[in-house]
Design a protein around this ligand. Structure first.
Ligand code: ADP
Ligand code: MG
Length: 495
């Protein structure tokens, strides 16, 4: 099989990985970095910047820069720039295309296939949007897998035995906590929780505020009002924060950061870890409530968890690790790189699919029961929650009135026997039902969930063979021909 890559398409950073000689390796981008900021900037001259260069001009070119496009996947997002209307899929695809190109440059061969990761709580529409973005980028997306599952694969979770795992993922802008149970090769995501607005960016902001206040006291100038100065400060504050994960004290020096009528001003400040930890204490506190929630939803106590895995750049902060260890009452596993483990897990899954890795199988499960509505607001389950995917099952239904020609199939997801209490995923009509007294026609409804967690439903009248099928998707999902046009556009823009 042609080369497959694993992609961790992150809110802040994306990482690519592949399997070489049976081992996962992270692929550096064309600047030699393993992390590519998930940033896209459209320049006035028509050029598109992706990654570090896009991120570095974000503050001064904010209207034309996209920093966290992952947050908009599966939503009706549109950005109009220079007469072109961009969907979130198109912008995500530009990042993925650059990742593909970088992988090809590094490997010296073409890359056709990919396994891409998504957060465990991503809905069907969000998964579909990520898959479409992969397609637009020119990749054949073999599989969408859950980020915590990928992390578990990297941490060497094996298919034998049973283990309860907590995965703490603190990235640039989001915090996810997932409780997984791995049992005989099946990964069950038992609960997820988190905070969509908590991450490394907040740690940067706290530092920026502290530094700007210090500067104001010394120079009587508010740096946060000066775009250029703020851009420089943002970059240096992040660097300082990263250095503080290793060093106990750091100095920031930005000569000529700004000027007033008395001349140029220089920024100089020394910050030690103790000060940093005091500043971020309110952020550390916010890690606990979602973790409590996830454990409670899973019906578990912290001491029942066998392993605590760390994911995301911000779990490199010693105080973050301490807060997690203190709450969980056990040391965190540190055997793998938290920034790379999701991508390497995706590559391992790719290796399993390609047959290069043989002694490992991990299978995700469907987190909610799927079924349809019948008379009297009743919910009839067809695929029960916790079934390992891919899977398919059917049930036979009938009509409720004489000579009924059309049957409406209302697809729902949830655990209540009352249809209206569950989540509606869509409706479709089966027409051409055989005219017959009520209760006589036999209509078979089949649900399938593919390995990516994407649901499709088909109904057939077993007497007339009239059938109707749909893949659950949001209305705003592009058609195949739209995808093709958009894909060509991206190819023209990025080569
Ligand atoms: P995401 O999953 O959101 O795309 P990442 O997992 O790559 O993001 O995390 C990015 C965040 O991690 C950034 O805020 C970055 O500053 C932070 N980070 C990376 N390395 C370190 C480090 N050694 N110490 C502290 N923070 C770090
Ligand atoms: Mg991530």
């Amino acid at each position: 099989m042609a080369r497959i890559i694993g992609i961790d398409f992150g809110t802040t950073n994306s990482v690519i990985s592949t399997i070489d000689n049976g081992k996962p390796v992270v692929i550096p981008n064309s600047s030699g970095d393993t992390l590519t900021p998930s940033a896209v900037a459209f320049q006035k001259n028509g050029d598109v910047l992706i990654g570090r260069t896009a991120k570095n001009q974000a503050v001064i070119n904010s209207e034309r820069t996209f920093l966290s496009i992952k947050r908009h996947m599966g939503a009706d997002f549109r950005a109009r720039l220079d007469g072109v209307s961009y969907s979130s899929q198109m912008i995500a695809a530009m990042i993925m295309r650059r990742l593909k190109q970088d992988a090809e440059k590094y490997l010296g061969e073409t890359v056709e296939h990919a396994v891409i990761t998504v957060p465990a709580y991503f809905s069907d529409a969000q998964r579909q949007a990520v898959k479409d973005a992969g397609k637009l980028s020119g990749l054949n997306v073999l599989r969408i897998i859950n980020e915590p599952t990928a992390a578990a694969l990297s941490y060497g979770i094996r298919s034998e035995g049973s283990e309860l795992i907590a995965v703490f993922d603190l990235g640039g802008g989001t915090y996810d906590i997932s409780i997984l149970e791995v049992c005989d090769g099946v990964v069950e995501v038992k609960a997820t929780s988190g905070n969509n607005h908590l991450g490394g960016d907040d740690f940067d902001s706290v530092l920026i505020e502290y530094i700007a206040k210090d500067f104001q006291r010394k120079n009587n100038i508010d740096l946060t009002k000066d775009r250029m100065a703020l851009q420089k400060l943002r970059e240096d504050a992040e660097k300082a924060k990263i250095m503080l994960s290793e060093a106990s004290e750091i100095s920031i020096s930005i000569p000529f950061i700004t000027a007033d009528n008395t001349g140029p001003k220089h920024l100089d400040i020394t910050i030690n870890r103790e000060v940093f930890e005091k500043l971020v204490a309110p952020l550390l506190e916010k890690l606990i409530a979602p973790a409590k929630q996830a454990l409670e939803d899973a019906g578990l106590m912290p001491e029942q968890i066998d392993r605590v895995l760390l994911v995301g750049g911000s779990t490199r902060i010693p105080a973050v690790q301490q807060a997690i260890e203190q709450f969980m009452g056990k040391p965190v596993s540190k055997s793998v790189n938290p920034v790379e483990c999701v991508a390497t897990g995706a590559a391992i899954q790719a290796g399993i699919l390609a047959g290069e890795i043989k002694d490992l199988i991990l299978v995700d499960i469907t987190p909610m029961t799927l079924g349809i509505e019948t008379e009297g607001n009743r919910f009839i389950p067809i695929i029960k929650r916790n079934t390992s995917i891919p899977c398919s099952d059917f049930k036979t239904f009938t009509t409720i009135s004489d000579n009924q020609r059309v049957v409406e199939v209302h697809i729902l997801q949830g655990e209540s026997d009352r249809a209206s209490a569950n989540i509606s995923l869509g409706k479709f009509q089966l027409s051409g039902v055989r005219q017959a007294p009520r209760g006589e026609p036999r209509i078979e409804v089949t649900f399938s969930i593919d390995a990516n967690g994407i649901v499709s439903v088909a109904a057939v009248d077993l007497d007339t063979n009239h059938s109707q099928a749909i893949t659950i998707k949001e209305m705003n999902r592009p058609t195949d021909s739209q995808l093709e046009t958009q894909g060509l556009f991206i190819e023209r823009k990025l080569g």
